[in-house]
Write a protein that binds this ligand. Sequence first.
Ligand SMILES: Cc1ncc(COP(=O)(O)O)c(C=O)c1O
Length: 400
Amino acid sequence: MTDLFSKFDPLIQQRDQLLASGVTDPFNLVMEKVESPTVAICNGRRTILLGTYNYMGMTFDPDVVAAGKKALDEFGSGTTGSRVLNGTYGGHKAVEQALKDFYAMDHAMVFSTGYQANLGIISTIAGKEDYIVLDIDSHASIYDGCALGNAQIVPFRHNDIEALEKRLKRIPEGHGKLVVLEGVYSMLGDIAPLREMVAVSKANGAMVLVDEAHSMGFIGEHGRGVAEAQGVIDDVDFIIGTFSKSVGTVGGFCVSNHPKFEILRLVCRPYVFTASLPPSVVATAATSIGKLMDSADKRAHLWENSKRLHSGLRQLGFTLGTQEPQSAIIAVIMPDLEKGAAMWEALLNEGLYVNLARPPATPAGMTLLRCSLCALHSEDQVGEILTMFAAAGRATGCIS
Ligand SMILES: Cc1ncc(COP(=O)(O)O)c(C=O)c1O
């Protein structure tokens, strides 16, 4: 018998080697208590959270929590059914209406996660004779959506407008084309040149899908994302998003103005063949989205936090993923996994949680400490974070 697990041996070896060095397992941390969107207790210690994607700090918003409790009492703990059978409650319609209002779009379809939204929409709209042209640094859920469908996949170099144009022009006449982009790329925190890319896509007869998972609520005048900030939202055919970041709960969605959009509810397998979100979740999401529409002050404060952390880390001597802050994600580039894990642990011991990211999730084989800021981080907390980076960086030899 061939052991089907033998393909994991290199990874098992790498993990064993890392843990043998005595470092705390960076992928097995337990949050013992969560006090607020910015503070938790980890290993019995007060820890500032800087790796949660809880950009707008909605997880403890009193209105959001109250809406969830009320729905739990009134509708129970789950729907136990698909959206197309017994799993559509008033709350599911209400959250779809909240999304239509938020994006000022005609249609909204809610999935059980953002992962499933990409899986479902991409695999359903791009079929056998079609082409998907996508940025090579796309999120795993985008690649998995491509893998689930039968379209031809054409990747292009990250954020390279000319490469996108070349790939589009090479596609034979008469085929459907879908260009898949992200507003913010979550590994390095850089944004896409959507204005140019959407124009090139349209000029070459392609439909455009933009995943705005990391920009919703924060980027753009109304928090609609990078497509809004760059003035091209009306030319984007599909926006994908998630409730697991700025919205502060779990779930995913697609919004669109396509006149035939509603047919997807019958043909999109990751929508049909799974249970819908619990009533408490859709209630919290609808309340949160409503409040995000009116959060200009929080957006402004989050930009301030992002700028302060970015310039502070640069001054300390760290190498960052972007020259300027482009989003609420700031990636600190580590020389290798060992140093990355040591720095991650040193930060945790100081009382700071960040995300450790490594290949294959990261581009170009990089090890990253990904920091994601929250609108509820105070100026003092950003100061504390910088002090902890300085201490951990010196202790591990990452900075001098
Ligand atoms: C760009 C992007 N798209 C989609 C997702 C999936 O979102 P969810 O957590 O709702 O499954 C993520 C989550 O990390 C993401 O970064």
